[in-house]
Design a protein around this ligand. Structure first.
Ligand SMILES: Cc1cc2nc3c(=O)[nH]c(=O)nc-3n(C[C@H](O)[C@H](O)[C@H](O)COP(=O)(O)OP(=O)(O)OC[C@H]3O[C@@H](n4cnc5c(N)ncnc54)[C@H](O)[C@@H]3O)c2cc1C
Length: 429
């Protein structure tokens, strides 16, 4: 098993991006080559990854780059990144409460810091700071507890007074008579955002260049098992494909897939939605989150305010959220940032998030031999993408959990050794 904490820098052929290549292609009108291959499925692979989101693609990349397992297929029922990877509000942070979570998310954050260089593709990671607001005494105590716990783990997090919070984020209203008064804030300066599609594309490109087959429009419809119970392959809309190891990385549809192997998962699937405003000039220098009022906002490089809220109340596979949830989110944003009241909303959309009882992910082997699962990231898995793929690849390669993934096994729901991040991540991103 690889217990390396820092993945190797990938080296792969294909178009490189530089000022010179941009200039050359502009002057010669030479078209850019396809960034990844689109092969037909082969009859058999060493590993099948079900789900072409960021986590699945990252897993395939690290399987090839770090473990020399290149006969890998990523099967995606739609298009890569078309699931939650391309639908999220891209908040990245590692200031989780418990040691196990902090270690896993910090592993991911460290990878984010050099991901563009490692993959040779600009994922636009921007460490602009993530500020979490406290609106009542409970929030203050909870967030201060996080600050102390994080600092003991060597993770940056600091407590700000209301005035300091406003200095960091000028549009924030800190008047004491506001509907949601700001009593302070926890700030992780290394937190920030990245370009979600680029993350999927970067991993796809790197994985494909190392021989991984990325097969889109290929829905897995059954998981095949042999006489001894071990997986032998999958049925898909593009025919059967054999493999002795299968990694299910299907976010909100994980329960559906695991049911194909006869496994019932401790997961509920909820719609979670996000919105963007019309584009405006730079006005929002950081990410602000308010768990209490269920509203999160940052500004994209295009100028749109990117806004997220809470999950719907009821589980559902409808890929859109209830209107009253987004209305509540916008009310809260207007209270916290009165100057945003005049902005018009441009688009809203939803994704299906997979939520565990303790709001922590499940990463590891399953009781079905050869079947591995990576799920339960719920409303906050984008930030974990590189770390999740890295530890899941090591887990699949070795057949036993990577040390950082070990606490996140399925058996915690039997032993009761839960990692309860619900207070930190009830709906947090
Ligand atoms: C609105 C919204 C906002 C969010 N905001 C944040 C945030 O700010 N920060 C953060 O860290 N996280 C956030 N998240 C959560 C984050 O998006 C997810 O945790 C993360 O992207 C999950 O990545 P993934 O690769 O596991 O899943 P996905 O990207 O969903 O990939 C799973 C893939 O599996 C495919 N699939 C499903 N069934 C099958 C099948 N039978 N056969 C083949 N393929 C199949 C799907 O089509 C999908 O492409 C948000 C989520 C949403 C919906």
């Amino acid at each position: 098993m690889s217990d390396r904490q820092t993945p190797a820098r990938a080296s792969f052929p294909g178009a490189t991006f530089s000022v010179w290549s941009l200039l050359r292609r502009t002057l010669t009108a030479e078209p850019w080559p396809a960034q990844w291959r689109s092969p037909d499925p082969q009859p058999a692979y060493d590993v099948i990854i079900v789900g072409g989101g960021g986590h699945g693609l990252a897993t395939a990349h690290y399987l090839a780059a770090e473990h020399g397992i290149r006969k890998v297929a990523v099967l995606e029922k739609g298009w890569i990144g078309g699931g939650n990877t391309g639908r999220n509000t891209t908040i990245i942070r590692s200031n989780y409460l418990w040691d196990e979570s902090a270690a896993l998310y910090e592993h991911a954050l460290k990878l984010w810091e050099t991901l563009s260089q490692a993959l040779g593709y600009n994922v636009m990671y921007s460490a602009r700071g993530v500020m979490m607001l406290a609106h009542d005494e409970h929030d203050v105590r909870s967030l201060k507890r996080h600050v102390h716990a994080n600092r003991l783990n060597g993770i940056d997090n600091e407590w700000l007074s209301p005035a300091q919070a406003q200095a960091f984020c000028p549009p924030l209203d800190i008047s004491p008579n506001a509907r949601h008064p700001v009593l302070g804030a926890a700030l992780q300066r290394r937190g920030g955002v990245a370009r979600h599609d680029a993350v999927a594309w970067a991993y796809a490109r790197a994985a494909s260049a190392q021989g991984v087959d990325i097969i889109e429009s290929c829905e897995v419809t059954a998981i095949r098992r042999g006489r001894n119970g071990a997986v032998t392959g999958v049925e898909t809309t593009r025919g059967p494909i054999a493999a002795p190891r299968i990694g299910v990385v299907a976010a909100g549809h994980t329960s559906v897939l695991m049911d194909m192997a006869g496994m019932r998962m401790p997961l509920e699937s909820f719609p979670l939605q996000a919105l963007v405003s019309e584009p405006v000039k730079p006005v929002m220098p950081c990410v602000v989150m308010s768990n209490t009022v269920h509203a999160y906002v940052s500004q994209s490089d295009k100028g749109e305010l990117v806004i997220g809220g809470g999950t719907d109340i009821y589980p559902s596979y409808a890929q859109r959220g209830a209107l009253h949830v987004s209305a509540h989110t916008l009310e809260a944003i207007c209270e916290l940032f009165p100057r945003f009241r005049r902005l018009r909303m441009l688009r809203s959309w939803g994704g299906i998030v997979d939520v565990t009882p303790d709001r922590s992910p499940i990463v590891g082997p399953t009781p079905v031999p050869g079947l591995f699962v990576n799920c339960g990231w719920g409303t906050g898995g984008f930030k974990a993408t590189p770390g999740s793929g890295h530890v899941f690849a090591a887990t699949i390669a070795a057949g036993t959990p990577h040390p950082l993934a070990a606490p996140f096994g399925l058996d915690r729901f039997r032993t009761g050794r839960l990692i309860d991040e619900a207070a930190a991540a009830a709906v947090a991103h």
